[in-house]
Design a binder for this molecule. Sequence first.
Ligand SMILES: Cc1cc2nc3c(=O)[nH]c(=O)nc-3n(C[C@H](O)[C@H](O)[C@H](O)COP(=O)(O)OP(=O)(O)OC[C@H]3O[C@@H](n4cnc5c(N)ncnc54)[C@H](O)[C@@H]3O)c2cc1C
Ligand code: FES
Length: 283
Amino acid sequence: MTPGTTPARLRCDGTVTANAAVSDGLLRLDARLDLPVDFHPGQFAMLNLVGRDALVFSRPFSILSVAGQVVSFLYRVVGRGTAALAALAPGDRLNFLGPLGRPFPEPLPAAPAVLVAGGVGLPPLFAWWERHHGPDDVACFGARDGRDVPWDLLGADWAVSVDEPTGVPDLHTAWHGVVTALAAERTLTLPGPRTLMACGPVPLLQAAAELARERGWPCWLSLEEHMGCGYGVCKGCVVPVLAPEQESGWRNATCCDEGPVFRADAIAWDRYLGAPPARNAEI
Ligand SMILES: Cc1cc2nc3c(=O)[nH]c(=O)nc-3n(C[C@H](O)[C@H](O)[C@H](O)COP(=O)(O)OP(=O)(O)OC[C@H]3O[C@@H](n4cnc5c(N)ncnc54)[C@H](O)[C@@H]3O)c2cc1C
Ligand code: FES
């Protein structure tokens, strides 16, 4: 994909070609779409089953990779929709709408990237690394323990941290602690500014934003909200962002359309952290 161009959004069905565990907690799904697709790292797709099995609302998943018509995702089973995805076998059909949302920024030569991914926050940053990485970029992935790490997918490029130092295979090493501390340590003595990009649970995003603030780096975060439509219509996915032009100083931004990647210093953090968590009904 040429930098600066917008990949065409498409809705089509596809055929699952593989759907299997890549670690204790993560599964990878590959599907051959009926039409070719492209994307920018950080964009996502709304996935659903087809026919009578279709859920009322599709579910959002970051795009891990695209090769021709084959699109890949990495996911964790947390509820009804992801359990339904996990039950798909090669040959089964699914529905795809994407790519959606705003991606992570293109590389800035003057500020090499520091990628910080936690758990299922890996796909958009893995995609960025595969598409853009240069020799000065740093990539860090954090998991619960060694069994939750997709070692084969990450290869040698990614530094790994684990909350619990168990289950790390003999041939691999992992830092014991949170992934933002690993990123801080890996970049402590590196010269010049950096661009921090992060995706993962909210405490990881907070810590990443704080690290970037301390170091004076620009920081981009991919946020996860419950989504209904995925393209700005239902307003079910809003996040509070700063809006100095408004009397209140903030406004609601649609995560699907204006995000999911936001600049950390654009988020109205007090409201974002104070808001009660949105809940999905069994839909
Ligand atoms: C832009 C975006 C990209 C995403 N990329 C990935 C990805 O690459 N891999 C992946 O595994 N997951 C990803 N997610 C989260 C994924 O969409 C949810 O896990 C999924 O929708 C849950 O559906 P469910 O029916 O299995 O769970 P539900 O039964 O709907 O909910 C089960 C639990 O998951 C929580 N949950 C549901 N939806 C979300 C959500 N959108 N964000 C946070 N928590 C949620 C619920 O609060 C509940 O605790 C992404 C979400 C967004 C918004
Ligand atoms: S999911 Fe509908 S507006 Fe964002």
